[in-house]
Design a protein. Structure first.
Length: 307
């Protein structure tokens, strides 16, 4: 193996903390479980781990600095003065400097456990995240996401906690729960829990920015003569006045019945009317239209042009 100090990229008088930080950084970058499909990382990670194993052990490091063992931890021949540590003044100075440092040992297994998360889950951490961060998907109902509020969520470790869902949250957004991730070891701060939001579809409502869209069926009588009907909204049912002579496709606006935006302004609900004929067909209505239609022909497709 190459000089372990060079492998980790640290100075020869590096402290225990410097070595641990260097290993953590390189392990994140090269660990095979954090980089699936990149075979080149396997050998690099083995070399990084071997270097860390040697330099994190106070006895091994001191012996390497004195030239008693090589970079692989193998014994050197008696009297051999070469090697990375050297047996001269430089090596002795480095050995003395190291002996002044703490000799408390630490395990790279703990660091790997933090990097991969409990159970070795891939993707539990990335180089940009704390090694104790966790991530999971959370489904929200359409109305629940639109209105926001309190709800309880079960995290990956089995804990159930209360969270606040911001009004108007959308699929693809993420909620960050501070210090609710994995608990670190040896005084390391716990990570954060990230909840990736997926909002379920709704059988009646559709969202476009902060407005809610609804298609509302009305009878022929309600459309022709006008009527006051009941319409559902995400805030509950309301009364809606259908103007006399309304057509299918006509859109009515319910002011303030949409989603509250980040600026505090509330969207509207847009109600598109759809005229529905009786089922089964009404014989009296059919007979009437047969007589009425002959005398009242009107063009509804003229604007479409010819194909």
């Amino acid at each position: 193996m190459r000089d372990p100090y060079a492998v980790l990229g640290v100075a020869r008088d590096a402290s225990e903390d410097d070595i641990k930080k260097a290993y953590r950084r390189l392990a994140k970058k090269h660990h095979p479980d954090l980089n699936p499909g990149r075979r080149a990382n396997d050998q690099q990670f083995r070399e990084i781990t071997a270097a860390y194993d040697l330099l994190s052990d106070a006895v091994k490091r001191a012996r390497f600095d004195r030239g008693e063992i090589d970079a692989n931890g193998a014994e050197r021949f008696a009297g051999f003065g070469g090697g990375f540590g050297g047996g001269g003044a430089g090596g002795g100075q480095q050995s003395r400097a190291y002996r002044r440092a703490t000799e408390q040992s630490f395990s790279f297994d703990e660091i790997i456990a933090e990097l991969l998360g409990r159970g070795g889950r891939r993707g539990a951490a990335t180089p940009e995240e704390h090694p104790g961060d966790t991530r999971q998907a959370v489904k929200l109902g359409f109305v629940e996401a639109a209105l926001g509020g309190k709800r309880r969520v079960t995290l990956g470790d089995g804990r159930t906690i209360a969270i606040t869902v911001p009004a108007g949250i959308e699929s693809g957004q993420t909620l960050r729960l501070k210090s609710q991730g994995k608990v670190g070891s040896r005084g390391v701060e716990p990570g954060d829990a990230y909840l990736d939001i997926e909002v379920e579809s709704h059988p009646l409502f559709q969202r476009k920015e902060r407005n809610i869209h609804l298609e509302l069926p009305v009878t022929l009588t309600e459309a022709v003569l006008g009527a006051t009907v009941t319409a559902p909204t995400i805030h509950g049912s309301v009364s809606l006045k259908v103007p006399r002579g309304s057509n299918s496709g006509a859109t009515l606006r319910l002011k303030g019945k949409g989603i509250v935006g980040g600026d505090g302004k509330q969207g509207d609900q847009l109600v598109k009317l759809r005229i529905v004929l009786p089922e089964p067909p009404d014989a009296e209505l059919t007979a009437f239209l047969e007589r009425w239609g002959v005398k009242h022909v009107y063009d509804v497709r003229g604007k479409l042009g010819s194909s």
